[in-house]
Design a protein around this ligand. Sequence first.
Ligand code: FAD
Length: 464
Amino acid sequence: MGPLDLRDELLAIVGEGGVTFAANHQPDDLHDESLHPTTRLPYAVLYPTTTEQVSRIAVLASTHGIPVTPRGSGTGLSGGATPITDGFVVSFARMNKVLRLDTLDHVAVVQPGITLRELGEQLSATGLRYPVYPGELSGSLGGNVNTNAGGMRAVRHGVTRHHVLGLEVVLIDGTIVRTGGPVVKSSSGYDLTQLVIGSEGTLAMVTEVTLKLSATMPHSATILVPFRTLEEVTRIVPTIVASGLEPSMLEYLDVLTMSAITNATNLELGVLPSVVEQTAAYLIIVLETRTDHQLADDTAALAFLLEGAGALDVYVLAPTAGTRLIEARERAFWVGKAAGANEIIDVVVPRSSVPAFLSEAALIAQRHDAFISGCGHVGDGNVHLSVFLPDEEKRAALLLELFKFGIDIGGQISGEHGIGRDKQSPYLALTDPNLLALQRRIKHAFDPMQLLNPYRLLDERPLP
Ligand SMILES: Cc1cc2nc3c(=O)[nH]c(=O)nc-3n(C[C@H](O)[C@H](O)[C@H](O)COP(=O)(O)OP(=O)(O)OC[C@H]3O[C@@H](n4cnc5c(N)ncnc54)[C@H](O)[C@@H]3O)c2cc1C
């Protein structure tokens, strides 16, 4: 940071132990889980413990024109939380408490650094849960809010934005603003809660989140269903959603991804070899109900529906195997990465268009001499494809074509991982200029100096 020395000011705000400088940064604070890591050294990584400290950091940053990268757990997949050279990283790791738990109103007020796992543990005895389930439980609620995280239960419970009732945020000039509150409805002015959700740290730093909780369901079954073709798997999905059975998870995996995740976790599911031989893809369906009786009824109805749609078999897994399969499914990203995937994308399309998207994706891959394989939250039309094509330029051309096709059939480039740094170029190329211009005006209203999480989303300047 040139001649400027802000050590004393920063130590006065967060105290000893609340900041690291240059040589002492924790390596884990310098990257996220993007497949395209950039290594840049921030001037300081700060670990505030209060909103007031966050506000004072923001005032210092805006006074001196220093870029600020808000950071949760760094599990993001799009280069959204990586540091900027000579900037500040504001890590929320120490703001990780449940501030209030209201079991009558089904509301929890939490600090942004709490992880999904920690929140789940603290709710476990209450009969309530925060139902959003992005596959990485070490992700923080602040990160979830800023990426509008989705995950496996979105088909029934929706995504992060459906469970956030209010926020406390700090603007880059240090102003503290509260939006929404512990109520389930509001027609009171612009909905800034929803504007900040999914803004990838570019509008404000989230310092408190008011969450809507829901009752846990005591009975559940995990059902594994092999099919002969990927087409059959994806075609049955709208019918399952329309059946009223309300699955809480509805995932597909192609046969390669399934064998990779089960091998990686030593998981034996008891699918007969003669069935495996014929299988091209699987559906995983989780049903959750209030009573045992309803679970039995719903499972039977689902099996009937699946058999009529050409399922090779229907396996209702033993509870332990079911849990292990969902945990294995969570590992799909790591398995794709270990196999050498050059990109993992999360295009979302209308769920009835998934078959068209996947068959076009296969053709596009063929034209570009690439290999693709994948899985996804097919109940919400969200497809995660690992793309194997090392040449960067060729890969960019393939991705542009794939994203364009997804958009043309009514979809979006990213269903849940965000644009960050990694998907900026296709996002800016394929998005309506009027929409981009309006978003830029909103960004300007929040952050006129472009200091808050710069170089992501709309800001395509080269990284310093
Ligand atoms: C194995 C694996 C599986 C995953 N599965 C899913 C999945 O199924 N669904 C899904 O949606 N995602 C998934 N993800 C992605 C990731 O877990 C989510 O994006 C998560 O929301 C990131 O949370 P985080 O705390 O790690 O955020 P970070 O990576 O630290 O940050 C993400 C973004 O949020 C901003 N940010 C973080 N905290 C704040 C704050 N307090 N105020 C303002 N901005 C902030 C950052 O600047 C950045 O832009 C997966 C990741 C992995 C590694």
